[in-house]
Design a protein around this ligand. Structure first.
Ligand code: GLN
Length: 565
């Protein structure tokens, strides 16, 4: 690769503790650099042994983010896409598992010509290759290393970025380290020692950071900044304070005020246009125009872990900003509805059933859906949430007793949701799956097209005939039941052009009832929002306002749902 085409590499590491928000910090910096006219790519290097995040539990690891090209990845990629205009791909998330798989494949093929295969150089070379591939075509490639400096697992990655820095030269490589400055109340002091130690650890590996991003709950006093600079050998102006902000979309502006993007372009010697944060200012100030608070009840399985539905939470937040509404999400564990009945849903301005896998809580989700359908409450069902809508409608409106998805009841008498064994992917290739296929590889994954039928709500919402959304599921609506179900009023308003797989269902005679087989939350951004979420939140507003008028006249209606099913 000639030097002009080679990206500049900004390596981001973390120290002291995990969960400091490296991903959001990297994405925010990337957003600012993008406004200077630079093409920025971000990649995430994850030191775990899983080949991808697909088989990891949302309980442990948070949401699995799906790229357009169908990779199941770390949730940080979601942050990257929300902050940047560019899209991520399967090259944007590299794991130890992938690296070792490649190395072992090469070893079996004899590519190493008989040499002893070792972590250095073979694994570290493979990591560098992955970084170079992921950053191809960018002016700046930001590579975020997961985990914390000092972890055994991340060592090969740190060694690889050290070597890559030497290979490309210091003008093309920059190291940014994120640390924590804890505030100790009893002494009234901000403590710099953990930061000093963390940098020391990094230097033992041979990496001298160029920039420190110091997380703290209050601004960094100049005296402490001087002290950190002195002990870590980092220029004083390169010790950046990253305080806790009440809105993550304020971070780009904050980092810019601290001079971080200027440090980066100076280091790389890049000529750019001026930073323009007007779009981000609009995202931030849109909050001031929120004149109504609405409550969306989300009925899920992983409700205790905020990260499990992070893209969904963000998509609702974006919709709030685009519709002048403050969206409050009330999470309800689906099993609670099974135990306590639908009264826990009272007061909801809208109900959302998100994606999910497996049996637990499914009957609670069905009750929630029935409650929304019967009481005219806006309902959005995503993936499993759409399947739930079909099951509920089949059982309670079409009289198909025991209707279910074969994922949950393989012997159901009415498999309204089942396994479709063949379909065409967006590239026109035939894909196949069977009941016994590998858990890792049988899903319909990534962006696929759907055609929306004329006159439908979906068509009006998207204002387009053909849309593209991302998928992550195994089971599909069973077209053998199409006539029965459509005949009773649940319209299939979106389907794949090649195979007629149902993509969207809707109830025309309900204020707002939509289920989609795809995951619209993966393509919502704060700047653009997403038509489906904005429309859903608008419907919630309308419900809230009309309900306010009703309030006092009658107690909230309850449905005939079988509460303790
Ligand atoms: N479990 C369902 C399926 O595999 C739905 C998946 C999802 O909601 N992401 O089809």
């Amino acid at each position: 690769m000639s030097d002009e085409n080679r990206p500049h590499y900004l390596f981001v590491t973390g120290g002291v503790v995990s969960s400091l928000g490296k991903g959001i910090a990297a994405a925010s910096l990337a957003a600012v650099l993008e406004t200077r006219g630079l093409k920025v790519q971000i990649i995430k290097l994850d030191p775990y042994l899983n080949v991808d995040a697909g088989t990891m539990s949302p309980f442990q690891h948070g949401e699995v983010f799906v790229t357009r090209d169908g990779a199941e990845t770390d949730l940080d990629l979601g942050h990257y896409e929300r902050f940047l205009h560019g899209k991520t791909s399967r090259l944007s998330n590299v794991t130890t598992g992938q690296i070792y798989r490649n190395v072992l494949d090469k070893e079996r093929r004899g590519d190493y010509l008989g040499s002893t295969v070792q972590v250095i150089p073979h694994v570290t070379d493979e990591i560098q290759l992955a970084i170079e591939r992921g950053g191809e075509g960018a002016d700046i490639c930001i590579a975020e290393i997961g985990g914390t400096v000092g972890d055994i697992e991340s060592l090969p990655f740190l060694e690889a970025i050290r070597q890559l820095g030497i290979r490309v030269g210091s003008k093309r490589a920059m190291y940014m380290h994120l640390t924590l400055l804890p505030y100790v109340k009893s002494s009234g002091e901000m403590k710099t020692k953990p930061t000093q130690h963390s940098v020391k650890e990094l230097r033992t590996i041979g990496i001298q950071p160029d920039v420190l991003l110091c997380r703290s709950d209050r601004p960094l006093p100049d005296s402490e900044r001087r002290k950190i600079a002195l002990f870590t050998n980092v220029a004083e102006r390169s010790v950046i304070s990253a305080i806790d902000l009440d809105d993550i979309y304020k971070i780009p502006a904050w980092l810019h005020q601290q001079g971080l993007d200027e440090l980066v372009v100076e280091h790389f010697g890049l000529q750019t246009r001026k930073t323009d944060l007007s779009q981000w200012d609009r995202v931030v100030t849109s909050r001031d125009a929120q004149d109504l608070e609405i409550e969306v009840v989300m009925v899920g399985k992983y409700v205790d872990l905020a990260d499990a539905y992070i893209s969904l939470n963000e998509a609702l937040e974006h919709a709030g900003r685009h519709t002048g509404s403050k969206v409050r999400i009330r999470y309800i564990e689906a099993e609670t509805i099974v135990r306590q009945g639908d009264r826990v849903l009272q007061g909801a301005d809208a109900i959302l059933v998100p994606g999910g896998f497996g049996e637990r809580g499914i009957e609670g989700k069905i009750v929630a859906c029935q409650y929304a359908r019967e009481n005219g409450i806006p309902y959005l069902g995503i993936c499993l949430g759409m399947q739930v809508a079909v099951i509920e409608f089949a059982r309670h409106v079409c009289g198909l007793e025991g209707a279910h998805s074969t994922e949950i009841d393989p012997d159901t008498s009415h498999p309204v949701i089942g396994l479709v064994t063949e379909w065409h992917d967006s590239g026109g290739e035939v894909q196949r799956r069977t009941h016994s296929s590998d858990k890792g590889g049988t899903m319909r994954l990534g962006a696929q097209r759907a055609r929306l039928s004329a006159g439908s709500r979906a068509r009006a919402i998207y204002n387009a005939e053909m849309i593209e959304e991302r998928h992550r599921h195994r089971y599909e609506f069973n077209n053998h039941y199409r006539e029965t179900i459509e005949g009773r009023g649940l319209r299939i308003s979106g389907e794949t052009p090649e195979d007629h797989l149902a993509e969207i269902v809707e109830l025309p005679d309900h204020p707002w009832f939509v289920g989609c087989q795809f995951h619209p939350e993966f393509s919502s951004t704060p700047r653009e929002g997403h038509p489906l979420f904005s429309s859903f939140v608008r419907a919630a507003r309308e419900h809230h306002l009309s309900h306010q008028v009703d309030a006092g006249a009658a107690a909230p209606a309850t449905s005939s749902a079988q509460g303790a099913a």
